[in-house]
Each structure stands twice: as structure tokens, then as C-alpha cells.
Design a protein around this ligand. Structure first.
Ligand SMILES: O=c1ccn([C@@H]2O[C@H](COP(=O)(O)O)[C@@H](O)[C@H]2O)c(=O)[nH]1
Length: 284
């Protein structure tokens, strides 16, 4: 009789890496203006190769300094097939450097299509293989069932949008459902339940810019969510201060403070110092 070997869960890998490197998640967001400022934009004759250089430079600077990087897929996708080819090489570098990667693609569709997204982003050996994928629950958390299962089989995870950092989402995410919970809380509870059953370490996205009470995500409920990592974007360019991490997320065991533009604007030569400064701000 053969026994299938279970992969190490994403939760264990994330916990180990955050324990070693801290909770900073460096975003790789190659906005056109940043590519330009880095000398890699239109007019330099180096669009796609500049994109690749941008991403690989961030990976090189982040390696050994942080636990997690988060490429913003949309900004690679904007370059078409050349953008995806660049992203593949960025992801390969990150894997080789031992960085955990959250692909910020915010996929979300009917279940059978979500299975395709999971296959693309979370299958070991896939060209776009990442450790975790951001997903939208607005076609129903149940439609993510196959993607949750695929992630778990591979020791990977989904990060599900609960209370996003942008103000436009308030009306939808703070709305109350029949049992009185907010939409955001139903999402967070569903992810927590999945984690209790699987131990996988699927995460939720909660913006550092939001008042959690308004979304029904109060801290005293987070014991239930103890094994649920939080991806918290909104630091830096969107206004939240890295020094406030503990105040903003007092009851959550594992919170990833995500910052992109505020770090990337340092340029290739200032990147290491900017990453170190961001990491130091988080431990204040
Ligand atoms: O609620 C959310 C979910 C994702 N994001 C993404 O994070 C980065 C933020 O970039 P900054 O430059 O640090 O503002 C970006 O890729 C967003 O798409 C988010 O901001 N809020």
C-alpha cells in the first residue's frame, strides 16, 4: 500500500518565513511611471525587457530580506504575452531565491473557471506557479471550492478579498446579510472554517486603510480566525503607516504588511535601503 505524501502546508511555510524575515510583503507593481523612472519605460527601447529587469531587480533586492513578494499581475498583463513571459521569469527567480509569492491576480468566476485559474497559478511546475493567489469571492465563496482544494493538494493557498483597502468597496463589503453579519465577515468566516478543516492557511485581504469595526471584523472574533493569515495592503502610497501595524491588527497572529509604490519609488539603487527601512518601521 502506498501512502500519498502530504505537502507542507502554506501556513507552515509562511509562518517559518515570517518568523525569520518579518511580516513585510514587497509588492512588484511595474506601473508605467515607475518603469519610466527606473529607466525601463517607453522610449527606452526596452519595454518588455525593462519590465523583466524591474521585476527581477525587486526579487534580487527582496531575497533574504523579506518573506513574501506580491507581483501585481495586471501590470504585467498590460504588456501582453511579453508581460507574461517577463512574469514567468520573475516567478522563477523568486522560487529559486526561496521567496514566497502571492500572485495578486484577483481571479474570481464560476467554479469550473476558477479551477482553471487555480491550475494556472497554483500547479507545481506551471509556468506561472506561485505559492498563493488572490481571489474575489463575489461569485460566491462556494465557487472557490475547487480552487481551495487544488491549493491544498499543492501546499498552497488562496487569499480571499474581505475588506479591501479602497473606499469604493465599502457599500458592498459592509452590507449586512440575512443573519446580520457583514459581507466581509461572511467571507472571513468561510475562509476561517476552511482553515479549521484543512489547516492550509488560506488568507483574507483586509486593507490597512479600513476601520475593521465598520466591516464587522472585530478583533474578538479573530480567535476563530487564528490560523488565517491576513494580507494587508494599503501601507505607504495609500496612507497607512507601517509603524501602525500592531495597532491596526492587534488580534491577528499572522499579518503581512504589503507595500508597493512607497518602496519601488526608491529606484533600483535605493531599493535595498527602502526594503530595510520598511522592515525596520514594522518592528517599531
Ligand atoms: O484591498 C486591496 C487589495 C490589493 N491591493 C493591491 O496591493 C497593491 C498596493 O499597492 P501600493 O502601491 O502599496 O498602494 C496593489 O497591487 C493593489 O492592487 C490593494 O491595494 N488593496
Amino acid at each position: 500500500m502506498t501512502t500519498a505524501v502530504q505537502p507542507v502546508t502554506f501556513l507552515r511555510r509562511l509562518t517559518a518565513s515570517v518568523t525569520e524575515h518579518g511580516p513585510l510583503c514587497v509588492g512588484i507593481d511595474p506601473h508605467p511611471a515607475l518603469l519610466e523612472a527606473w529607466g525601463a519605460g517607453p522610449g527606452t527601447g526596452a519595454d518588455a525587457s525593462g519590465l523583466e529587469r524591474f521585476g527581477r531587480t525587486v526579487v534580487e533586492a527582496a531575497a533574504g530580506r523579506v518573506a513574501v513578494i506580491k507581483p501585481q499581475v495586471a501590470l504585467f498583463e498590460a504588456h501582453g504575452s511579453a508581460g507574461f513571459a517577463a512574469l514567468e521569469r520573475v516567478l522563477a527567480d523568486a522560487r529559486a531565491a526561496g521567496l514566497l509569492v502571492i500572485a495578486d491576480a484577483k481571479r474570481g468566476d464560476i467554479g469550473s473557471t476558477n479551477d482553471g485559474y487555480a491550475a494556472a497559478w497554483l500547479t507545481p511546475g506551471s509556468p506561472l506557479e506561485a505559492d498563493a493567489l488572490t481571489v474575489s469571492p463575489y461569485l460566491g465563496v462556494g465557487a472557490l471550492e475547487g480552487a481551495f482544494a487544488a491549493a491544498e493538494r499543492a501546499g498552497k493557498a488562496l487569499f480571499v478579498l474581505a475588506a479591501t483597502s479602497n473606499p469604493e468597496a465599502r457599500t458592498l463589503q459592509q452590507a449586512r446579510v440575512g443573519d446580520g453579519r457583514t459581507v466581509a465577515a461572511t467571507v472571513a468566516d468561510a475562509v476561517a472554517a476552511r482553515n479549521i478543516a484543512s489547516g492550509a492557511g488560506h488568507g483574507v485581504v483586509i486593507g490597512a486603510t479600513v476601520d475593521r469595526a465598520d466591516y464587522g471584523l472585530v478583533t474578538d472574533a479573530s480567535t476563530l480566525r487564528a490560523a488565517t493569515p491576513v494580507l494587508a495592503p494599503g501601507f505607504g502610497a495609500q496612507g497607512a503607516s507601517l509603524t501602525s501595524l500592531r495597532t491596526l491588527f492587534p488580534g491577528d497572529a499572522l499579518v503581512l504588511a504589503s507595500a508597493s509604490r512607497s518602496i519601488l519609488q526608491a529606484g533600483p539603487d535605493g531599493l535595498v535601503a527602502a526594503i530595510d527601512a520598511a522592515g525596520a518601521a514594522l518592528s517599531r
